[in-house]
Design a protein around this ligand. Structure first.
Ligand SMILES: [Zn+2]
Length: 149
């Protein structure tokens, strides 16, 4: 005889998400924080078929569907515990890596501020300058690079 049915995956996933996480940027909206214990890198984990998987990837596929093989999900909000699919962008490993080692010049910072003032979206600036969304947010808010006018 079969034992009690295990809870379906979706139910287990939604039970662990706090949709009222912090708002790191107005245009991103609130993070969805994973309520389970994070791993050593700060990512939430979930057990599926006795295998531990990164929660943000499971949630992304559940909500948005599968993404292209070989791509990595980059956290736009730079909060590893966040599983909000809208805060995750599939990018190539090359882009993901270069965003982590981003080099900006004062000229680029000036240009980013100018374009932002003209109404270019932060997400598209991030793509154009190959930096993270949060880097753009910090640049236009001015706590970083505030010596550049
Ligand atoms: Zn987030």
């Amino acid at each position: 005889m079969p034992g009690p049915k295990p809870k379906p995956l979706e139910e287990r996933v939604w039970a662990k998400i706090n949709k009222q996480g912090p708002i790191v940027s107005e245009d991103l909206g609130p993070c969805w924080d994973w309520c389970g214990k994070p791993d050593k890198d700060g990512y939430g984990r979930i057990q599926i078929n006795k295998q531990s998987r990164p929660a943000f990837r499971v949630v992304y596929v559940m909500v948005k569907g599968d993404y292209k093989h070989g791509l990595e999900l980059d956290h736009l909000c730079e909060r590893n515990i966040c599983v909000n699919p809208d805060h995750l962008e599939p990018v190539t490993p090359f882009v993901n890596n270069s965003r982590r080692h981003q080099k900006l010049t004062e000229d680029k910072v000036r240009e980013i501020r100018k374009l932002y003032a003209e109404g270019i979206q932060k997400a598209s600036l991030a793509r154009r300058f190959d930096v993270t969304f949060m880097t753009i947010t910090y640049i236009v808010r001015r706590p970083t690079w505030d010596w550049v006018v």
